[in-house]
Design a protein around this ligand. Structure first.
Ligand code: CA
Ligand code: CA
Length: 551
């Protein structure tokens, strides 16, 4: 008897890949062969096969318990999916069919040559499953009718269209809840019914009552002589500046927890944070290299430019904005999501904005679709002009060059992906379905990888041209190269630990932490004015205000 614990995988893989594609702000109209749906199905079935060797229960009992791994509303959606496809898939698994064959049979995949797994010799090539066709049609029709994942698509739609806090009562772009572009992304709103109170505000503007913390940095009130603590600790040379990042999934710190796809580790708590992860678009901005604010733990090194700036001047507490969006590339309307920046030239403090779009302009399905240097420069200048209308005078923009994407293939292609096949095969499979995050770099064609790198270098060079020829009223500009190569050279462990295991594409948590440390030092050497000076009042602030309200 089959003992598949596959439904959790089907579900989580569904969510993961929906997020990868739909919420990526990079629509994938060119999907072929079933695209995302096919990949979800195929990967999920592969995980079933691993799981079937680990668990030892009857199918009925297993399925009965499977959806209990999830909390509502995922659980109910899981149960509906189980009801529709369970019987057919189980039957095929019992006959030792693999994911490629099963997903083609149930019409999730439509190009039989786009395969992920090696062909099994045991399986009869002539086994036909056409007698299941009516049942498959019925299952598909039922899923269309009840649409059990509709609520999830709704969340994804909300997040894909607009990258502003969903819960924000006073409409100042700051929220009290962590997810849905809330306080995980930008400092928590300490008063969500007053839009004159939010992080980053100049202490001298807005609410004038000394007892009110109008910039949410946890410093408020007056000393015995009646002088406000903001003025005592956070004015003059100690006036804080904020930090933000505009860019892509590297800035947002995209991360699918590997435990979600590691068959042997699945238990009742594995998916506890699944919905939370969905609501954060599978990003972990709170541990990202620019705006991360959570403490490191024994297992999770977490450094960020924000934390290092904050250590110098505690007055900037909560003044961070992560506006990065998965899939972001330069484009004619706006290079980056500048519109979502919450900053007012008059009422707010200046800030350091890290501007990073490190791959999506060259990560295309075909080389000739890559952004040209002229386009890249024009789009970025348009964004910078808009930025100049929002950033307070004395702000800084730091450009980060494009990534050196060839290291991905070089580092991973021979290694085994968590789903059990080499990364090269995973990349090829995703390319075949036209849903790869970067066909041009994640290909066995070395010439194509080189040409992609060449274009990335050309795009990077345009930042120097902008710095030489453009002038903006409210900010100056600096440039640093994407630091991953330097980090790999210095890192004492194996290079693959610096890349996210599930997607084989993004910098890992270790890499994020090392990037923050290295970049902060480089900014300090090359552009010291971009960083705050050490505030001599820090010890006093800690003494009086402790954790400053936390996060
Ligand atoms: Ca608010
Ligand atoms: Ca507010």
């Amino acid at each position: 008897d089959m003992k598949p614990l596959f439904f959790p995988f089907l579900i989580c893989a569904t969510i993961i890949l929906l997020l990868l594609s739909v919420a990526s702000a990079k629509p994938l109209p060119e999907e072929t062969g079933g695209g995302t749906k096919c990949a979800i199905c195929t990967i999920a079935i592969g995980l079933i096969e691993q799981m079937s060797q680990i668990h030892n229960q009857t199918v009925d009992k297993e399925i009965e318990q499977l959806c209990e791994l999830f909390k509502p509303p995922i659980r109910q959606s899981c149960e509906a999916t189980v009801e529709a496809y369970g019987p057919i898939v189980i039957k095929m698994l019992e006959n030792k069919e693999n994911g490629d064959k099963i997903c083609n049979t149930i019409k999730f995949c439509t190009i039989p040559t786009c395969t992920l797994y090696p062909v099994k010799s045991k399986v009869s090539k002539h086994q036909k499953w056409t007698h299941y066709t009516p049942q498959i049609h019925a299952a598909n029709a039922k899923m269309d009718a009840i649409d059990p994942w509709g609520w999830l698509k709704h969340i994804i739609d909300v997040l894909a269209n607009k990258h502003e806090p969903v819960e924000d009562l006073d409409h100042d772009y700051y929220s009290r809840i962590p997810t849905l572009r809330g306080a995980d992304w930008r400092g928590k709103d300490c008063n969500d019914v007053d839009n004159d109170i939010y992080p980053g505000r100049k202490a001298s503007t807005g609410a004038s009552t000394p007892g009110i913390d109008n910039n949410c940095n946890g410093i408020f009130g007056t000393d015995a002589s009646g002088k406000s603590y903001e003025e005592l600790f956070c004015s003059g040379d100690n006036t804080p500046m904020g930090v933000g990042v505009l860019g892509d999934s590297v800035g947002a710190h995209f991360q699918i927890p590997p435990k979600y796809l590691t068959a042997k580790d699945i238990n009742k708590t594995t998916y506890d944070h699944l919905l939370y992860n969905v609501e954060d678009e599978f990003d972990v901005p709170y541990r990202s290299w620019v705006t991360g604010f959570r403490e490191s733990t024994a297992d999770i090194p977490s450094s960020s430019i924000y934390k290092k700036m904050l250590a110098r001047n505690l007055c900037m507490h909560r003044d961070y904005q992560n506006l990065a969006v998965n899939g972001m590339a330069s484009h004619a309307e706006s290079t980056v999501d500048v519109e979502s920046l919450a900053r007012n030239t008059k009422t707010d403090n200046p800030m350091l904005v890290v501007f990073e779009i490190v791959g999506n302009d060259v990560c295309k399905h075909r080389l000739h679709d890559m952004t040209t240097p002229q386009q890249f420069m024009d789009y970025n200048i348009a964004s910078l002009k808009y930025l100049d209308t929002k950033l307070p005078a004395g702000s800084h923009v730091l450009f980060i060059g494009l990534a050196q994407g060839e290291i991905l293939w070089d580092t991973l292609h021979n290694r085994t992906h968590p789903v059990g096949v080499p990364y090269a095969d995973v990349y090829h499979f995703l390319n075949c379905l036209s849903i790869s995050p970067c066909t041009t770099w994640l290909t066995k064609n070395a010439t194509e990888r080189h040409l992609t790198t060449k274009r990335a270098e050309e795009l990077t060079q345009t930042y120097q041209t902008i710095m030489d020829n453009q002038k903006f009223q409210n900010f100056d500009m600096g440039f640093l190269p994407f630091p991953i190569v330097e980090i790999m050279k210095a890192y004492k462990g194996p290079a693959w630990q610096l890349i996210e295991p599930v997607d084989g594409f993004h910098p890992s948590q270790i890499a994020n932490s090392l990037m923050a440390d290295l970049l902060f030092d480089q900014i300090d050497q090359k552009y010291p004015s971009f960083l705050p000076k050490v505030n001599p009042n820090n010890a006093q602030i800690i003494k009086i205000f402790g954790q400053q309200g936390g996060y």
